[in-house]
Write a protein that binds this ligand. Sequence first.
Ligand code: ZN
Ligand code: FE
Length: 256
Amino acid sequence: MANLQFYQFPCRDDNYGVLVHDSQSGLCASIDAPDEGAVLAALDETGWQLSHILVTHWHFDHVEGIPGLKARFQCHVVGSAHEAEKIKELDKTVGDGDEFQFGSDRVRVISTPGHTLGMLNFYFVDSKTLFTGDTLFALGCGRIFEGDGAMMWNSMQKLAELPRETAVYCGHEYTLANGRFALGVDPENGKLQARMEVIEALRKADKPTLPTTIGEELDTNPFMRAGNRAIRENLGMADASDEDVFTEIRARKDSS
Ligand code: ZN
Ligand code: FE
């Protein structure tokens, strides 16, 4: 039985960092390194000793802190084989389906091309906890910078297969804006309406809306619900493919 602790902290404009600590082995991983100072403050707060950085993708707001942290802690940096040329500090490259041990838990790598082609998610199997970087957000998904709509929809489907109770941590606090958009696409969804009330209250109190769960996203996130009849009819796409419905929702969000 894994015994992991998770410590989430806001940083930069709207990013989240998370530390994952295994109390048995003392290992501590930073999920991405958005900001060196913020990660250092989180380590200070928790008293944990940084041993790993697990990198979801190469974008600046996820890797900027790596060089400084690596120099300071000689931590082991794990990231995408497809992005090794862009992330110079990788000690170990991984790809879809790879697994490695992290203290008392096992980490499965799930690749979700679309936001970037080498984009990785880290799934802590025993803890049923997923780190999606900029693939799946609460009530949203990342912009498609390097792939296309069909590719990103397939990526979302891979995450949808995980257990509903899986806890999901994402790279950004975008939930309120995502939810307002979601209500426009899926206005009759009672679970979405109820969730938005909770989200508005959390944000008003300056509290994070994350982690979320796979089940909550399946019920309320339009980017996971391209097959939903009400959404399709609302978009005038009752007979379109799921990929096309997803791509249309993404395009509308991009121009909203
Ligand atoms: Zn990104
Ligand atoms: Fe980002």
